[in-house]
Design a protein around this ligand. Structure first.
Ligand SMILES: Nc1ncnc2c1ncn2[C@@H]1O[C@H](COP(=O)(O)OP(=O)(O)OP(=O)(O)O)[C@@H](O)[C@H]1O
Ligand SMILES: [Mg+2]
Length: 244
């Protein structure tokens, strides 16, 4: 069970209303004289609390879409609304503040800071946001216990297994209690058994806390275990739930 205090969860209204809305999102990259069209008109409407597997061949645009959803990148055209807030046109500063409180990320490479303990790594986004140290520390401890690392709080990433490191990254992604979690091949570097454990953990946490999750994976067996599916090809969503 994930023990997260009620106060840490998104408000009732936020949970009820929250959704991801993507309207005709396009993204081109200029590479020398060539325009690469990474996204060619994506439309999606994801209800709050959905747990979605995003699949598609390499180069189909999955990571590009995830970065745009997470305000790490802007679309060339089109709209992205997160919980009714248009994020596609935010300035970098506003986007980074919004992102810190609203979106958690888990990547294939966990990007944990090697000099810091598991607990400190998890606390960092909370401290950057200016939350009180004791409260952040307490929540980091709870989250690390929830992902099965209650006995590893003071280990540095180099002293943890790959699966344990990814659990730390999951706890870090949840420290601000974001209503949305974006995971880009979070188990890409792990063996199958550990992959399934991490995936189950992610699903469990999202269900318990009514978090909307989009999880990119190449593992179709893993994708099928998720309640909803979206499949991309050549920069478009070609099949799945939530198209409109
Ligand atoms: N910064 C960039 N500059 C130019 N082209 C890019 C850039 N980022 C991505 N692309 C191109 O956009 C397309 C989509 O890339 P993206 O990384 O979104 O694919 P993906 O579906 O995540 O693939 P994979 O499964 O291999 O991770 C690819 O053709 C890629 O070459
Ligand atoms: Mg990718």
């Amino acid at each position: 069970m994930v023990e997260i205090g009620k106060d840490d969860l998104p408000s009732e209204a936020a949970r009820r209303d929250y959704s991801i809305v993507v309207r005709d999102v396009r993204k081109s990259y200029r590479v020398g004289p060539v325009d690469v069209e990474a996204l060619r008109g994506v439309d999606l409407k994801v209800p709050a609390g959905s747990i979605v597997a995003l699949t598609g061949k390499s180069g189909s645009g999955k990571s590009t879409l995830l970065h745009i959803l997470g305000t790490l990148d802007q679309p060339t055209s089109g709209q992205v609304l997160l919980h009714g807030t248009e994020v596609s046109t935010m300035t970098d500063l506003v986007a980074s503040q919004f992102r810190n409180s609203s979106v958690g990320f888990v990547f294939q490479m966990n990007n944990l800071l090697g000099e810091f303990s598991a607990s400190e790594n998890v606390m960092l986004p909370g401290l950057i946001a200016g939350a009180p140290h004791a409260a952040v520390q307490d929540r980091a401890r709870k989250l690390l216990s929830a992902v099965g690392l209650g006995a590893r709080l003071n280990h540095r990433p180099g002293e943890l297994s790959g699966g344990e490191q990814q659990r730390v990254a999951i706890a870090r992604a949840l420290i601000m209690a974001p209503p949305i979690l974006l995971a880009d091949e979070p188990t890409g570097n792990l063996d199958q058994k550990t992959s399934h454990e991490i995936q189950e953990l992610l699903m469990h946490i999202c269900r318990e806390n009514h978090v909307t999750m989009i999880l990119v994976t190449h593992d179709l067996d893993l994708a099928r275990r998720l309640p909803s599916q979206v499949i991309m090809e050549d920069g478009r969503v070609i099949q799945g739930d939530f198209t409109h």
